[in-house]
Design a binder for this molecule. Structure first.
Ligand SMILES: [Zn+2]
Length: 100
């Protein structure tokens, strides 16, 4: 019957629209997940940079390196450098090569 066929076609169309909406929702989730992944990656990069700069300061350095490190280290991260140096019986000041 003509009427049944139309209904069938409409039902098919409805299913297709529903499917498209689900795909759209999934893509949105993926974008959010991608953003989270990117954020996590950036956090990892910053963390590695921090560790890299902290390690540079464990040995006595010149003032240029100490100044540069200020761009990458937060005060509490610099404090960790002092503690680490002291743990190895070194003066906490990265320019100094004396024992503490
Ligand atoms: Zn010193």
């Amino acid at each position: 019957m003509m009427n049944d066929r139309k209904t069938l076609r409409e039902a098919k169309k409805d299913r297709r629209i529903k499917k498209e909406k689900i795909v759209e929702k999934t893509n949105k989730l993926n974008r959010k997940q991608q953003l989270l992944k990117k954020t996590a990656e950036q956090r990892m990069i910053f963390k590695n940079l921090t560790i890299e700069w902290q390690e540079k300061l464990y040995d006595p350095v010149d003032s240029t390196i100490l100044q540069e490190s200020a761009k990458y280290l937060l005060p509490h991260q610099y404090q960790e450098v002092i503690e680490e140096r002291n743990a190895y019986n070194l003066c906490g000041y990265p320019l100094c090569s004396n024992n503490k």
